[in-house]
Design a protein around this ligand. Structure first.
Ligand SMILES: [Zn+2]
Length: 115
C-alpha cells in the first residue's frame, strides 16, 4: 500500500498508513520521516510513495480520524464552491430587487427602526 497523506485539523500534513496516523517529523533528501501520533513507532516514506514502518505499534489501527479528515476536506471544497455560488445568487437577487420600483415602496412602508 502506498503512502496516503492527509491534512490534520491544524493544517499539518500527516501520513495515514494501514490505519495508523503519523506526524511529520523531518525531511531527508529522498525520504520523509514520520512518528505515530499515538506511540513511538516511526515510518519513512520515499519519493515513490512506498512506506517502511520501523517499529511495532503498541495499539490497534484506527482510521476513523483519517476518514473524518478526508470527509472534512471534501466538504470544505464543496462549501467553498457553493459559497461563491451563493454570492452570485445574492448579487443577482440584489440587482433584480434594485431594478424593481415596488421594492422602494416596500422600504418606505417598513416601520422605522428608531423611535
Ligand atoms: Zn502507533
Amino acid at each position: 500500500m502506498s503512502a496516503n497523506f492527509v491534512e490534520s485539523t491544524h493544517g499539518k500534513r500527516q501520513l495515514n498508513h494501514l490505519g495508523y496516523r503519523y506526524c511529520f517529523k523531518r525531511k531527508n533528501q529522498s525520504s520523509e520521516y514520520w512518528v505515530c501520533v499515538q506511540c513511538k513507532a516511526t515510518a519513512t516514506t520515499y519519493l515513490d510513495l512506498s512506506v517502511v514502518v520501523r517499529d511495532d505499534h503498541t495499539h490497534l489501527p484506527d482510521d476513523t480520524c483519517a476518514k473524518i479528515l478526508e470527509i472534512r476536506k471534501s466538504l470544505q471544497h464543496k462549501s467553498t464552491a457553493e459559497a461563491g455560488l451563493i454570492d452570485r445568487i445574492v448579487e443577482e437577487a440584489y440587482n433584480k430587487a434594485n431594478r424593481q420600483s415596488s421594492c422602494t415602496d416596500l422600504l418606505i412602508n417598513l416601520p422605522p427602526l428608531y423611535k
